[in-house]
Design a protein around this ligand. Sequence first.
Ligand SMILES: Nc1nc2c(c(=O)[nH]1)N[C@@H](CN(C=O)c1ccc(C(=O)N[C@@H](CCC(=O)O)C(=O)O)cc1)CN2
Ligand code: MG
Length: 303
Amino acid sequence: MAARIIDGKAEAARLRAAVRDEAAAFTTRHGLAPGLRVIIVGDDPASRAYVRTKTRMAAEAGIAGELIELPETSTTVELLSRIERLNDDPATHGILVQLPLPAHMDAEAVLRAIDPGKDVDGFHPLNVGRLFSAGRSLPEDLLVPCTPWGCLHLLRTTLGSDGLAGCHAVVIGRSNIVGKPMAALLLGADCTVTVAHSRTRDLPELCRRADILVAAIGRAEMVRGDWIKPGAVVIDVGINRVATGDGGSRLVGDVAFAEAIRVADAITPVPGGVGPVTVACLLRNTLIAAQASTRRTGSPAPR
Ligand SMILES: Nc1nc2c(c(=O)[nH]1)N[C@@H](CN(C=O)c1ccc(C(=O)N[C@@H](CCC(=O)O)C(=O)O)cc1)CN2
Ligand SMILES: [Mg+2]
């Protein structure tokens, strides 16, 4: 039987509707909407499309989103001073710097400069540390990286909230954006977790032992059908544009979908899987940041 296709678009719409209701209540209570500032440096077409989606979805959810576009030639110092101003702005509850930054910029310094309470990507070392030291329930004000949070959410909707316990989860990829935080979240959900990467020996054999397989490698259709354990749940984080031969292109994931669907119990498609839930989580994090700031100060002003 063909695998169930996990509908990330529908799940994202449900998450956004919940954020919209809570954002409306926040705005009524505080006279100020949750505010998100998205910074992009340079002209990368894919990044530009993602940030436009983020600010459009924010507006639809009642979040005051603003896109800040800086030229490719901007310096790290210029970006840091922009972030400093946003850290001090009481109407800004969430700050996101779209990645990747141009190679000449110091991305680590930039991510460290964001006020951890406004770090809606969850990439600041303080938030990373809180995630890795959290137990089986996450603090309610913790800002968790959006893609892994989205993957966990899709796993819970597919397997049920108790269905992850005891599963062997294999995460392919060890990035700070996906692989490492994904491993922390799966551990918190009582999975036994293996993190694989480019130097892992006999990756196909390891994957065949996974009840849950999360592919975040960035290589088009690298995971083949015969790498997958029958009945596994497969979460495909990859977004790779490949040529179609007629001059056009299409998006594929890191998993060979047509092969995997014959073996897995459930699988996320690309597009329409993890991506839309990532954006919904960003809106959710903005709301969490706004709510936490009012708890700290009694007003929407964070300091
Ligand atoms: N600061 C950040 N930078 C980046 C992140 C991030 O979480 N924070 N993640 C990725 C890109 N990304 C969000 O920024 C992202 C990529 C793709 C999608 C998405 O919904 N994709 C659609 C397909 C879109 C298309 O047609 O091209 C899908 O999968 O259905 C959302 C977010 C790197 N940078
Ligand atoms: Mg650099």
